[in-house]
Design a protein around this ligand. Sequence first.
Ligand SMILES: Nc1ncnc2c1ncn2[C@@H]1O[C@H](COP(=O)(O)OP(=O)(O)OP(=O)(O)O)[C@@H](O)[C@H]1O
Length: 553
Amino acid sequence: MGFRADFNSQYSLLEVLGKGNFGVVWLAASRHDPSHQVAVKVLPKVREDKGKEENLACIKREVALWGSLSGDSRYVAQLLGLYEDGDSVYLVQQRCYGDLTSAMQHGPLSEACAAAIMWCVLAAVRDCHDHHLAMVDVKPQNFLLTSPPLQAPQHTQTQAHPATAAPAAAAGAAGAAAAAEGSGQPGQGQGQCECECPVPLLSAQGYQASHGEPSSPCVVACDFGCSLSYSELMRGGRHGGSPIFFAPEQFGSSYGLGVDVWAAGVMLYLLLSGRYPFWDCKREDIKPGMKPYEVMLAVCSAPIQFLSPEWRGVSRDARDLVTRMLDRNPATRLTAEQALEHHWFARWGAQPARSAHADTSAPSGHPHTHAAAPSLPASPCAAAPKRCVAGGSSPDTAAAGCQEAGSNIVPAPAVAAVPIALPADVFSCSSADGGCPADAFYHASSSSSNGNGNGNGTGHALVAAAVPHTAEAATAAACQQPPLQPQPSPRLTPEPHMQRVLSQLRSPAEGGGGGGASSGSAGSEDERLHSAAAAPAAGAGHGVGSSGSSNEV
Ligand SMILES: Nc1ncnc2c1ncn2[C@@H]1O[C@H](COP(=O)(O)OP(=O)(O)OP(=O)(O)O)[C@@H](O)[C@H]1O
């Protein structure tokens, strides 16, 4: 393949970080400088389901797309070196700490946290689009944490998301905090600062780190196996990816870059509520074994609502952004660039107007390669509107309480539903608490991930403060505890052979030219890509059928 053949003399494999469908990701150290640790994805050259040549062509294609992006975007996991031997290919890359699902396992995230993460997600998508590439498989599993996640923080007991705390628990930990806050009514406290976040990015420094030089983003994109270049999109996109993140037009035969923004919208909904937008189930409870047509019906026609308890206390700005990203019309859906300019981000300190972050002097010529740090408030905690503890049973009660506490909470309006009859079980949840039995559906596209890649925080202890005695103290502790320092991870330098190998891979003969598609005029092509004809929702089924309708998702 033209890759270097001396992997073993350059790196030693230390431990398995995770397993994918086709390869194993190892933690490895440089033999010359053992403190230099990297992740290495080891892929077999021969796979049972593919001939060797076909398999190698797929690897080359993905490497070409990834290499081109990672050289230009700081929001994409860095590809540092390419090696091979008789049996395997070794992709040396930036060491990360598990994927975003690990940060979501304790329930919804605060808005501050979700904003920091979503900024990086959208910036990665934008950078892909600047390269005339659709990422296509935007989902939490494909964004890796650049710092070790906070281990199940003790303070979640006092700062549990209002909707995730069972009443009994609320009467205990959160209730005690609320009582001490002065409400005198356990479980009805309001105005709790939303500073919990499993991603170590709560401090002003941390937030800045996710936005500007020189620190690193909190998450970076990986896995470009489903990505499609401009010409591939124009020929009619394929049905790669995870259907639950599909945009309506993706069930049809033609789609454009907008599918990534839709998927990012699904992610944002998930981050803020722990639920998928079109199913009233918690993420882990989604009904297993849904057929593609069932997913399609929901995605194409179910109302986008914010009625579940998790949305109490979430700002109108956040819901507005979700709604605009989940616009079923790809022609009017926000672009990634427009989404980054949404005032929800400005609310958290980012001012990502094109003029603010564009760096047209960047050598690559890509205007977003080096984002300038937006101006920041002194502290995101100080600037942050507070999130209610949902003491009342109705959204109105919670809203009133939050408004008293200085927030802009309003009862959540439902987005108009498209009237279409759906099989009841598409939305049904089977267990008593509204949950469904299993999560097979969600994990269908990465079923063999074993979750080993979360990192154990070795050397990066992020110790939760002692449980505060009052809600005020809890707020203060959360806001004033020493800034959680993202681990400094300066841009690593790709090995010298990378440039040569990547340019070979990008040659037209290799067909890996997605990354090279950035030549030529962007304007009208971009517009077409962003709004490539969507299959009408009601008639979108043919696309699924063509990709094998009997397959479960
Ligand atoms: N650079 C990295 N640093 C740390 N952990 C990583 C890194 N890349 C991947 N991982 C972890 O390794 C595991 C497997 O990753 P991999 O990319 O092979 O999975 P996958 O998305 O299922 O891939 P595929 O479907 O292409 O086989 C995941 O759990 C992921 O969190």
